[in-house]
Every structure is written in C-alpha cells, then in structure tokens.
Design a protein around this ligand. Structure first.
Ligand code: SF4
Length: 179
C-alpha cells in the first residue's frame, strides 16, 4: 500500500519550528518509513503535489504566503498549523501595530546600513505585504493546531502518530512548550 504523503511549507517564520521537527532524531527514521515526504521548507519544489497531510510552519504576512497556504489547503486532506506563528500569528503580529509602509521605510530606506549607508530600496519583486500578519486559520481551514514556540519534538512525533493512526489530535496543554 502506498504511504501517505506529507508536504510541509515554511512561511513567515524563524527556523525554530523546523529545528524541533529535526529534533525528533531517530524517530524521523520511523516517520520516514511510514510516510513519503514530498516537500519540505528546504526543498526547492514549486508545485505542491496532492498529499494526505499538509504542514504549515509560520504565519501569513504577504500575498505569496497567502497563495502557498491556499494551494496547500486545496491539495491536502489534513492541514496542520504548526507553532504559534501559524496557530495565532505569534511573533509576526508584532508588526501589526505599525503601518506596512512605515515598517518598510524603516527597514529598507531610513535605517542606516553598513552595506549602503543611505539605505536600500525594496526590490519591486518583493511580494506585497498583507495589511496585517495573520494566523493560518484566518485564511484557510486548519484541522490540527500544534501550539508552542517551538512545539516540542515529542509533541510533533505524537501529532504525526495520531494522524497516521487515523485520529485528528488535539494537543493537550501539558504537551505545549514555550522555551
Ligand atoms: S512559533 Fe516560535 S519557533 Fe516557530 S516559527 Fe514562530 S517564532 Fe519561530
């Protein structure tokens, strides 16, 4: 029987959630024997295939991320929001108190840079920012929430096991971790 496929994407996020996934260590070998990983945040795959489980690390901050989240939602049966940035917006929402144009000006043109003392101009190809950073479920339906910043590797392993056993898990509070 074909293994269930898993695709994960990394949107507005730091690397912490993915590092926690890698912290599953030897349990990754068990996971890889049970699923086929079709794409990860470090694979350069433009087209997400149809999968059983889609995982989103990070929240939504620009139009491109919104497109990726909607695309993955369409192509997966079970969507997992993984980490606080995905679950409720997390640290990304700190920018919601500042107008996007003010933030871009501060980041790119007003701030003195060691590379370019007069500041740098944002490239025209940068995806337009959403008016506010938002969690994943503000844009698409989420089936499984995995809170934590980052979620613990034990919790991630448990969530995968639950899904592969045919259950839609609800992470108990004692399994949530905040470092
Ligand atoms: S939830 Fe925490 S560890 Fe995960 S991407 Fe956000 S800031 Fe990083």
């Amino acid at each position: 029987m074909a293994k269930p496929k898993v695709a994960s994407v990394w949107l507005e996020a730091c690397a912490g959630c993915h590092m926690s996934f890698l912290d599953m260590d030897e349990r990754l070998l068990d996971l890889f024997s049970r699923v086929e990983i079709t794409s990860t945040p470090i694979s350069d795959i433009k087209e997400i295939p149809e999968v059983t489980v889609g995982v989103i690390e990070g929240g939504l901050g620009n139009e491109e991320e919104l497109h990726v989240a909607r695309d993955l939602r369409e192509k997966c049966k079970i969507l997992v929001a993984w980490g606080d940035c995905a679950v409720f917006g997390g640290i990304n929402c700190m920018r919601n108190f500042i107008k996007p144009e003010d933030m871009l000006r501060e980041a790119y043109t007003d701030t003195v840079s060691t590379v370019n003392p007069s500041g740098v101009i944002p490239h025209v190809d940068l995806p337009p920012l959403l008016p506010q950073a938002i969690p994943v479920d503000r844009a698409v339906k989420v089936d499984v929430y995995v809170p934590g910043c980052p979620p613990d590797a034990d919790t991630i392993a448990w969530v995968f096991n639950e899904i592969l056993e045919g259950r839609i898990p609800k992470v108990p509070s004692q399994m949530m971790r905040y470092d």
